[in-house]
Design a protein around this ligand. Structure first.
Ligand SMILES: *[C@@H]1O[C@H](CO)[C@@H](O)[C@H](O)[C@H]1NC(C)=O
Ligand SMILES: *[C@@H]1O[C@H](CO)[C@@H](O)[C@H](O)[C@H]1NC(C)=O
Ligand SMILES: *[C@@H]1O[C@H](CO)[C@@H](O)[C@H](O)[C@H]1NC(C)=O
Ligand SMILES: *[C@@H]1O[C@H](CO)[C@@H](O)[C@H](O)[C@H]1NC(C)=O
Ligand SMILES: *[C@@H]1O[C@H](CO)[C@@H](O)[C@H](O)[C@H]1NC(C)=O
Ligand SMILES: *[C@@H]1O[C@H](CO)[C@@H](O)[C@H](O)[C@H]1NC(C)=O
Ligand SMILES: *[C@@H]1O[C@H](CO)[C@@H](O)[C@H](O)[C@H]1NC(C)=O
Ligand SMILES: *[C@@H]1O[C@H](CO)[C@@H](O)[C@H](O)[C@H]1NC(C)=O
Ligand SMILES: *[C@@H]1O[C@H](CO)[C@@H](O)[C@H](O)[C@H]1NC(C)=O
Ligand SMILES: *[C@@H]1O[C@H](CO)[C@@H](O)[C@H](O)[C@H]1NC(C)=O
Ligand SMILES: *[C@@H]1O[C@H](CO)[C@@H](O)[C@H](O)[C@H]1NC(C)=O
Ligand SMILES: CC(=O)N[C@H]1CO[C@H](CO)[C@@H](O)[C@@H]1O
Length: 667
């Protein structure tokens, strides 16, 4: 990109650029509480040539799971047996002897349910609500395996996908040694912990500490100099690179946010290779400059520990993530081409999935989207110079394309020429995974090749209009269902869901709802999709509908929303239905029972009566949705204020496809 060189501005900022990692107290950095993913990029944030492996990297067809995933699954499917047996035993499904069943069938994969969890986008709100849900599902959380709780579901899951703010959660846990939400929360009782220090605005950078010696000025200098090093190495950058670098300081425990840590290093993480943890997958959408995206015509890309690519019939291929950045043509890397590594910076993958947020950086000069004056976070006098630096990154992108993440050189150049709209472009640009309104990362979980039986779909979208703004209303589910009826679905099916008005009128967005319970509703020739357990954000002890535009939280606000998420998942520790854990067990077993024509226990039929959407619709315009917390609220009064502030935002901007609309809808 022909962009202004910001050196002079850096000088103006008084920043020397990068602080040397060697200047950090190495002992603290190396022995820190969390081990993190490997810093295996050859040259920091800048991709660099390496010797090619003996088998040259190549693009593969999306006709099946990768050999690496197939082999990992062999172990994962074994490793879930014990936690699943324990979980189902605790679920106490009368008429179903879970222990005896699992013991008798543990070697027969088609009789063992395949579980996935997907965490929606929605900025820090989605991270925090999603974190509460994952804490509830995690047997490592204190008391989570007591009666009325759901601990062990995470340990029983095979896939864990995230998108945008949900991708920050999935990435942050996975990249930090698959640590638990509770461990992160407990590591930050004061302001000294390394992760999720949301009281420090992303705009001013993290507080100084042992892991973080940079002042705000040096922080911006560091962001800019690392991104410049990528540009200098001959790669196209955009404001998403800058955004990604700033995210990394919040989400990855490493000096300077770990500029050398790659997403693909997860494939070598000991816990991941031993299949002790679910497979993390992030989602982004393909979008060429100037293009609009709709759920029915957007290519959905996924990033797993080994590969990036798409199952959609458009691209229908996967590239080895570790070597993305190499100049692939027609599915291969010519002998004359070097192998490149380090392009798949872990924060760049998270930043790509959440690229809509990078626009916030553009607002440093003034009031900004949503009426935030970001300058007020910054030391006086700094913001104008920083704005200049940021504008330097915009180069020749039009303002509608500021949300683009540049994945040039396009690994899929010359690949699938007949169906791939980008096959003749050396450039590949990706955007926030929720821009096509599919704000829950479901595509990787519903592909027939993955054979998932049940998906827990955690929805923290900001759908509802004022006065009860920022609650989900099923928009994401509708988008995924509509896509499943279109040609791009390519055999991928999804349970029918009703319109958004029905979601509200029937209360399907205030408590968990099961979709696709009865397999007889699917055509016998079609793939049977997973049963979807929709888990919407709703208030128990906190107004967790915080505005997307709130970019700092004190620790007690953060923890209240996480605790609220725990109650969202457990239905208030089962106070709303003492059989809730049983019903979750029934949802998990449902596909296995129908596949094998097993008798469904009576208690499960009762659960399905309560939780399955039965096809009823009420599409009349609902009265404004303004739920009140079921339990006494914790004092997070500034959150109420923020929720109210969101009211003032013009909902009329929510036009599908427009970038601003993306903000209104997703974030
Ligand atoms: C991408 O980078 C290359 C090499 O630096 C440059 O020639 C090209 O103009 C850039 N493309 C865009 C769209 O910025
Ligand atoms: C990473 O997590 C595993 C599993 O919880 C634990 O055994 C190991 O000690 C952790 N490693 C570090 C360096 O924290
Ligand atoms: C696994 O279970 C399926 C369904 O009950 C059955 O058809 C198949 O024969 C079983 N396979 C083995 C190896 O037992
Ligand atoms: C729900 O359970 C969690 C974990 O045991 C506990 O910390 C929390 O206080 C409980 N909340 C309510 C409202 O019962
Ligand atoms: C866990 O349960 C024990 C016994 O009921 C209780 O004393 C303790 O406070 C609980 N811990 C949490 C974090 O809720
Ligand atoms: C999707 O459809 C919209 C509206 O018809 C169109 O503007 C856009 O270019 C299409 N995108 C793709 C990737 O085909
Ligand atoms: C990429 O490779 C193709 C042929 O394999 C070559 O024609 C092209 O010039 C290369 N592009 C760059 C930027 O090196
Ligand atoms: C910024 O917001 C304030 C308060 O909403 C408003 O009065 C002012 O006109 C806005 N300024 C600009 C430049 O938009
Ligand atoms: C934003 O805040 C800064 C610093 O507090 C102030 O100087 C500036 O005037 C504000 N901008 C607007 C548009 O209100
Ligand atoms: C549902 O959410 C969409 C945005 O995702 C919004 O446009 C629509 O007005 C909402 N409808 C209701 C009834 O909340
Ligand atoms: C349908 O929803 C509307 C709006 O919430 C409500 O007034 C009406 O009673 C509902 N109709 C039925 C049959 O439940
Ligand atoms: C079931 C189905 O339609 N599969 C198609 C998906 O797309 C690929 C690539 O275009 C085709 O080869 C499959 O036949």
């Amino acid at each position: 990109m022909a962009k202004m060189r910001p050196e002079s501005l850096l000088l103006a900022l008084g920043a020397a650029g990068s602080a040397s990692a060697a200047s950090l107290p190495a002992i603290i950095a190396d022995n820190f509480f969390f081990k993190r993913a490997a810093a295996d990029a050859p040259n920091g944030y800048a991709p660099a040539p390496v010797d090619c492996p003996s088998t040259r990297p190549a693009i593969r067809s999306a006709s099946a799971l990768s050999p690496a995933e197939q082999s990992w699954l062999q172990d994962r499917r074994k490793n879930i047996i014990k936690p699943l047996r324990d979980f189902l035993t605790r679920a106490d499904i009368s008429g179903f002897d879970a222990g005896a069943y699992i013991d008798a069938n543990s070697k027969n994969s088609s009789r063992i349910p395949n579980i996935a969890i997907g965490v929606s986008g929605g900025g820090y709100r989605a991270l925090m609500n999603g974190a509460g849900v994952l804490a509830a599902f995690d047997s490592r959380t204190d008391n989570s395996t007591a009666k009325g709780h759901l601990g062990g579901l995470l340990q029983s899951a095979t896939y864990l996908s995230g998108l945008s703010g949900g991708g920050w959660l999935v990435g942050s846990l996975s990249l930090n040694n698959f640590t638990s939400v509770q461990a992160i929360v407990r590591s930050t009782p004061d302001k000294t912990g390394p992760l999720w220090q949301f009281q420090d605005s992303i705009f001013s950078g993290p507080a100084k500490g042992p892991m973080q010696p940079l002042s705000t000025v040096q922080y911006y200098g560091n962001l800019v100099s690392t991104v410049n090093s990528k540009e200098d190495a001959g790669f196209n950058t955009s404001i998403t690179d800058l955004w990604s670098r700033s995210l990394s300081f919040q989400l990855i425990v490493a000096p300077e946010g770990g500029p050398s840590i790659t997403w693909s290093s997860l494939q070598d993480d000991p816990d991941f290779t031993a299949a002790n943890v679910p497979m993390p997958i992030l989602v982004a959408d393909g979008r060429a400059p100037g293009e609009k995206v709709l759920s029915v015509n957007t290519t959905v890309f996924e990033f797993n520990p080994w590969e990036m690519g798409s199952w959609d019939p458009t691209v229908s291929g996967f590239a080895p993530l570790r070597y993305v950045g190499s100049n692939f043509s027609n599915g291969a890397l010519a002998r004359s081409e070097r192998c490149i590594r380090g392009f798949d910076n872990a924060a760049f993958v998270m930043g790509t999935s959440s690229s809509l947020f990078n626009q916030l950086l553009l607002n440093l000069g003034g009031n900004g989207t949503g009426g935030i004056n970001v300058s007020s976070f910054l030391p006086a006098g700094i913001s104008e110079s920083i704005l200049g630096v940021i504008q330097g990154f915009l180069g020749d992108l039009s303002s509608d394309d500021n949300d683009i993440a540049d994945w040039t050189p396009n690994p899929f150049f010359g690949w699938n020429n007949g169906s791939n709209p980008g096959a003749q472009s050396r450039r590949l640009t990706l955007v926030d995974g929720g821009e096509d309104l599919q704000n829950i990362p479901l595509q990787p979980l519903i592909h027939p090749a993955r054979a998932v039986d049940v998906v827990f779909a955690v929805d923290s979208s900001a759908d509802t209009p004022a006065p009860g703004a920022n609650w989900p209303n099923g928009t994401a589910m509708v988008a995924t269902y509509e896509r499943s009826l279109d040609g791009i679905a390519n055999g991928t099916t999804f349970p029918p869901v009703p319109d958004e008005n029905t979601f509200i009128n029937l209360g399907l967005n205030t408590r968990p709802t099961f979709f696709g319970c009865d397999v007889k509703n699917f055509s016998s020739s079609a793939h049977i999709p997973p049963l979807v357990v929709y888990v919407p954000n709703a208030p128990y002890i906190a107004f967790s509908n915080v505005s997307t535009f709130t970019f700092s939280y004190n620790i007690s606000q953060r923890n209240a929303i996480i605790d609220n998420g725990y109650l969202v998942a457990t239905r208030g520790n089962s106070t709303q239905d003492e059989q809730w854990p049983t019903c979750v067990g029934c949802a998990i077993m449902s596909r296995v029972w129908s596949r094998n024509n097993d008798k469904v226990p009576d208690v499960c039929n009762q659960c399905f009566k309560r939780y399955c959407w039965d096809g009823t619709r009420n599409s009349t315009q609902p009265t404004p949705y303004e739920p009140t917390p079921l339990f006494a609220t914790m004092d997070i009064s500034s959150q109420k204020k923020n929720a109210a502030a969101a009211v003032a935002m013009p909902r009329a901007l929510a036009v599908v496809g427009a970038v601003v609309a993306g903000f209104m809808v997703l974030l």
